[in-house]
Design a protein around this ligand. Sequence first.
Ligand SMILES: NC(=O)c1ccc[n+]([C@@H]2O[C@H](COP(=O)([O-])OP(=O)(O)OC[C@H]3O[C@@H](n4cnc5c(N)ncnc54)[C@H](OP(=O)(O)O)[C@@H]3O)[C@@H](O)[C@H]2O)c1
Length: 432
Amino acid sequence: MSIKIGIIGFGTVGSGTVKIIFDNQALIKKRLGCPLVIKKIAVRDLSLPRLVSVPEGMLTTDVESLIKDPEIQIVVELIGGIEPAKTFILQALRAGKHVVTANKAVLAEHGRELFQTAREHGVDIAFEAAVGGGVPIIKTLKESLAGNKIESLVGIVNGTCNYILTRMTDEGLAFQTALEEAQKAGFAEAEPSLDIDGWDAAHKLALLTTLAYGAEVKLDDIYVEGIRHIEPLDLAFAYELGFVTKLLALCRETEGGLEVRVHPALISQDHVLASVRMAYNAFYIKGNAVQDILLYGLGAGQMPTGSAVVGDIIDLARHILAGAQKFPFLASQMTELSKTRIKDMSEIVSRYYFRFSALDRPGVLSKIAGVLGEHEISIATVIQKGREEGGSVPIVMLTHEAQEAAVQKALKHIDQLEIVTAPTKLLRIEEG
Ligand SMILES: NC(=O)c1ccc[n+]([C@@H]2O[C@H](COP(=O)([O-])OP(=O)(O)OC[C@H]3O[C@@H](n4cnc5c(N)ncnc54)[C@H](OP(=O)(O)O)[C@@H]3O)[C@@H](O)[C@H]2O)c1
């Protein structure tokens, strides 16, 4: 008796998965009660060098025969992207195979179809590795916190952005320099836009919001702002004011609907997420029964992500061995993926950081404050010092709570004043 699996994709995560299964073979057998056997691994190019050596004949380019192999009970999709990953997953589900995937993009964009197909064929899709790499956020939401109403979930879910922002804050590096450093260190892709423009975080947040709130969230529903526009000057001012700047992915139940957004934000230096540095990820969840939970760890990489994939494989294998059916479930029933209202960004209420660039003249501050006052935005702190290139002065303000719509209107007005020399920089302040 053994459980046989087929893996599609033998890159970073595929190699980690295979290495863990080989290295921990005895341990896995002890935990499972039988061996976990990799029967086939599908790749695109058989001639490429591999990070882990495998027995001859194990690699193939024939994905279809791997999926159809009657001995293979679990298909592990680790190629990424939408197509052909979506087709392979659907083929595996229709063939009655459980699927394990690390592919947040395909789940965020086609989750309903994939989970529906799995349900129709009495099999499951496990996806712990799709969010947070090795950090067990999916099972935490689906299982451990199933008895809680989730009040909020705030995550640092993109290691690339966190690495860049940490280096910019610590060393005053410009964004482009920090990005290049991240690429050299292997923390950023050669084509980094998915990460730095916030879309990777948005894919993950869509999945997390579905799990936390039973809400079907499309990418279009999420406000997404990346970190390209962040300047070291703002990180330095923020730090001086007692904050650090992080790219946050958050969902929160509020009166009037769910807030679901990804953007850089200032958090207090004593916030639990403030010490999440470099490529680390963290999830800070408030449940109405459990109170506060913090999960922390490496959100990507060969072995951490492989760890989550292998955990899912073992979980499914246990169900197969027990003869139990395993249906997909997203913390809520599919039929309950309700039409929860998602708030438009203009409706949110937050505190704000502004940096105005203005002429060094008397009366400038009162003019800006006057426009803010007209829009019912009240100022909590002001600092003005130094001089920018060209003779303008930076004026930094922190506000009390204000509505985003009013803030946008006020800044539009302020940026048209002749005393203002460059578009105002805005960062939101996240409390709690
Ligand atoms: N890298 C991470 O740290 C990380 C973390 C969390 C989640 N993920 C997710 O894990 C998944 C895999 O990422 P990765 O970084 O491991 O990717 P990767 O290093 O680029 O590896 C992709 C693998 O898929 C194979 N492949 C691509 N298209 C194929 C096809 N049509 N048929 C057969 N094989 C095909 C490639 O084959 P060849 O080797 O022959 O080219 C390669 O082995 C993605 O969904 C990603 O978002 C990655």
